[in-house]
Design a protein around this ligand. Structure first.
Ligand code: EPZ
Length: 437
């Protein structure tokens, strides 16, 4: 268990740059299996989901090597069997369905379980791969796909703009026989980033980042490879922006894509922050003596709508704002498990399924709270920046899935924040047993 300790009341100032985007790096690591030549991903943060991806790659026969901030991905022969304990470790394991099907002709993995955000079905991934010729069987919580003759191009309409399903079908189409047209595709920036990587390796893709993507498949693995710098993490950038809004001060986020979090920056302006943006950086200024404005209604949606992952971050900002606000998450059923933590800190909130109601103007105080998931945990840390006294966020590992070291990031901006790696309960028992001897 890790504990992040925050002592509130510090105004933030300084500059920070986000790492490479988790939601780009995870599909890119899987897509490297499609490449006949070596690939390198630059500037990859040390996230637990990245570590889980590297373990999964090694388990299927690949040989990724971390060299400082870069990951080297030499071509390798792979099998299609993903160890259940690795497949279940993260949602990102679903990105291996298509590459392993292309490379090994079969793939078998447990159905990714639901998570704290709610059910995480993969029906659209499977329907699309089925339309491309994969034979699919589901039994005992696992899914098995086979397509020994290779995938074939098809026209496929996604029933909703799933980010993951779009990535799966883009990877499959890049190596299928013939033309594929995906309609109703997700348009998040990470889609275009994966398409750029695949094109670097020789794929022929048009329309990535729009609802209609056309792909001319290579009828097998892609001929090339190359060096790719993934997108900067727009959710991490939004986290630092939210920190400035919550604590007050002046924070500049550099080497990022402000356009990729435009809806969140618009929200901060509406809440009373001063936000200025250039082509690759933005600055958030908030006078801690000036109250934030609430009475805001937010509803998440697919790109370019308000990103679901930034909903808890917006909530952390609105806790202190005047008036009654409400945030609705249209994508996930349980996005606001962090509401309990907010309430423990003195906030007036009520989570009702997909909705979070916030009666602002709270005087937050320190508390011991638990991180319920990745972005909810980050939001609780942010709320601690404004709380009177000390907040401890106990985290079983959620936050490190998406941030290399959130406490250190905020500390560079002047926060009184530290990560306390406590010994695990098992270790504690072992130590206790040793002391008994
Ligand atoms: C990706 O998840 C991200 N994860 C999520 O980030 C992000 O919140 C989400 O996209 C939306 O932007 C990764 O990239 C690893 P979806 P994904 O498929 O692909 C339903 C974070 O915190 N759906 O767009 O799973 C699904 O249940 C994580 O970084 C189906 O019904 O999201 C959800 O309600 C959290 N059938 C909606 O679509 C399917 O086959 C959107 O899911 C697939 C999805």
């Amino acid at each position: 268990m890790e504990r992040i300790r925050i002592t509130g009341g510090r105004v933030l100032t300084g500059k920070i740059r986000p790492a490479a985007a988790k939601n780009s790096v995870l599909p890119l690591l899987a897509a490297s299996l499609l490449c006949a030549k070596p690939c390198v991903l630059r500037g990859v943060p040390r996230l637990s989901d990245v570590d889980a991806s590297l373990a999964l790659l090694r388990a299927v026969g690949a040989n990724p090597v971390r060299r400082g901030p870069d990951i080297l991905l030499p071509p390798a022969a792979v099998t299609g069997r993903v160890p259940p304990e690795l497949a279940g470790a993260m949602r990102g394991s679903v990105f291996y369905l298509a590459p392993l099907l292309v490379r090994a002709g079969t793939v078998e993995m447990p159905l990714p379980g639901g998570c704290r955000l709610g059910p995480r079905p993969i029906d659209i991934h499977l329907a699309g791969l089925g339309a491309m010729g994969a034979e699919i069987t589901e039994e005992e919580g696992a899914v098995r796909l086979s397509c020994p003759g290779g995938l074939k191009g098809t026209e496929f309409v996604l029933r909703l703009p799933s980010v993951g399903a779009t990535l799966t079908l883009l990877m499959a189409a890049a190596c299928a026989r013939g033309i594929t047209v995906l309609r109703g595709a997700a348009c998040e920036p990470e889609i275009a980033d994966t398409a750029a990587f695949l094109r670097m390796a020789g794929a022929e893709i048009e329309g990535a980042g729009t609802p209609v993507i056309t792909v001319r498949g290579s009828d097998g693995p892609l001929p090339g490879g190359g060096v790719h710098l993934p997108l900067p993490d727009r959710i991490a950038a939004a986290t630092y922006a939210a920190a400035a809004a919550v604590a007050g001060g002046r924070v500049t986020v550099e080497q990022c894509r402000p356009g990729h979090l435009a809806s969140f920056l618009r929200f901060l302006r509406t809440a009373g922050c001063e936000v200025s943006a250039g082509p690759d950086s933005f600055t958030v200024v908030r006078d801690p003596e000036t109250p934030l404005w609430g009475g805001i209604r937010l509803c998440t949606g697919a790109w370019p709508g308000f990103a679901t992952d930034t909903a808890p971050l917006a909530a952390a900002v609105l806790l202190q704002a005047g008036g009654e606000s409400r945030i609705h998450d249209a994508l996930f059923q349980n996005r606001f498990a962090c509401a309990d933590g907010f309430a423990a800190m003195g906030a007036k909130v009520h989570a009702d399924g997909r909705d979070l109601h916030i009666w602002g103007g709270a005087r937050l105080h320190g508390a011991a709270v638990n991180a319920p998931d990745l972005r909810g945990g980050a939001a609780l840390v942010l709320a601690g920046l404004a709380a009177r006294g000390t907040t401890i966020v106990a985290d079983p590992g959620h936050i490190r899935r998406g941030y290399q070291d959130l406490a250190a990031d905020l500390k560079t901006l002047g926060a009184h924040c530290a990560s306390l790696k406590t010994i695990s309960d098992a270790t504690r028992k072992t130590v206790g047993a040793m002391q008994m001897r």
